[in-house]
Design a protein around this ligand. Structure first.
Ligand code: NAP
Length: 296
């Protein structure tokens, strides 16, 4: 059997992304040994029982001892604290990466705690579901999805190359970009859609003229899709919005302007404006489907 890419990998956080990564690594034999740490004992026990980790530690510092690769799979708001905890235990030459949905804030919080000689390669797999916890992970989560790496300007190229190889072996397509650009891209393609979903489901729930029971009973089509997205983990998404504030507010401003224009078109009976907009968005949907087909 071929040598694993890393002898020892430590996952801090064993929820949807952490457990999916462990399954993906096991599928391809990418790690000689996978160890994990999480906040609760319940998660550690579940992870061992499912068998996607080989060992677990309550203490994150102990978990990273001797690790060649450490992957932070915790909510973005806690990444800095975790790095502070593990910093003194990291092995020289190790790579530390993360999977956080926000990059600039995570880098700012983590970088000061990464010791000299340890390579930090921030990342974000653009793949997920509305489920969380150690039982929600599966090996195929990253297949054919994008993983964005945002290497530091003075980062180690070999470490970045190794992370590209790692993510490709986990099934993903990899792109590198700056953290700032990533945060704007993620705000448009992921953060704003989640905010809209949280908001629309909340609004429907608050409408006095429509009973809660009716919202549930008649939920169909578009609204049903929004409820799926709005079921996403509240801690994770609270942290995303608090840590990608500028980019989200910028994109939200644009969104509000465009929405006002649509409201105006409806008010004044401007069918051409509505038709034009819906035609343009339908073409975008078609391009996404074409892109998916070209990857098969
Ligand atoms: P999740 O399923 O809720 O798992 C989070 C994990 O972090 C849990 O194992 C939890 O431990 C652990 N944790 C929380 N606070 C901790 C602490 N203080 N110390 C140690 N461990 C702690 O979340 P997830 O969906 O995997 O998300 C993890 C990261 O991936 C986030 O940064 C998110 O932005 C990013 N991400 C998520 C998605 C998505 O769609 N879900 C997609 C791409 C990237 P317990 O189980 O013991 O509570």
């Amino acid at each position: 059997m071929a040598e694993p890419l890393f002898q020892k990998v430590t996952l801090i956080g064993l929820g949807l992304i952490g457990s999916s990564l462990a399954h993906a690594m096991k599928r391809k034999g990418l790690a000689g040994h996978i160890t994990g740490s999480a906040r609760s004992n319940k998660t550690l026990k579940t992870a061992l029982k499912i068998g996607f980790v080989d060992s677990v530690f309550e203490d994150a510092g102990q978990a990273v001892e001797d690790a060649d690769l450490v992957i932070l799979c915790v909510p973005v708001g806690i990444c800095g604290t975790v790095c502070e905890q593990i910093g003194p235990h990291l092995k020289k030459g190790a790579i530390v990466t993360d999977v956080g949905s926000v990059k600039a804030a995570v880098i700012k919080a983590c970088q000061p705690h990464i010791p000299q000689g340890v390579h930090f390669v921030p990342g974000h797999p653009m793949a997920g579901t509305e489920f969380s916890g150690p039982e929600s992970g599966f090996a195929e989560l990253f297949d054919n999805r994008w993983c964005m790496l945002t290497p530091l300007p003075d980062g180690d190229q070999q470490a970045t190359d190794k992370m590209i190889e790692f993510w490709q072996a986990c099934g993903a397509n990899v792109e590198t970009m700056t953290a700032e650009h990533h945060d704007v891209v993620a705000a448009v393609t992921s953060h704003l859609p989640h905010l809209i979903a949280y908001n629309i489901v909340g609004t429907a729930d608050d409408l006095e003229s429509v009973a809660d029971q009716e919202v549930i009973k008649y939920a169909a089509g578009g609204f049903r899709d929004f409820t799926r997205i709005a079921a996403s983990d509240p801690t994770m998404w609270r942290d995303v919005f608090l840590n990608n504030r500028e980019a989200v507010l910028e994109v939200l401003g644009r969104f509000n302007e465009d929405l006002s224009q649509l409201a105006r078109a409806i008010r004044w009976g401007d069918g051409d404006k509505l038709y034009e907009t819906f035609e343009r968005t339908r073409r975008i949907r078609q391009s996404i489907l074409d892109e998916d087909k070209s990857k098969d």
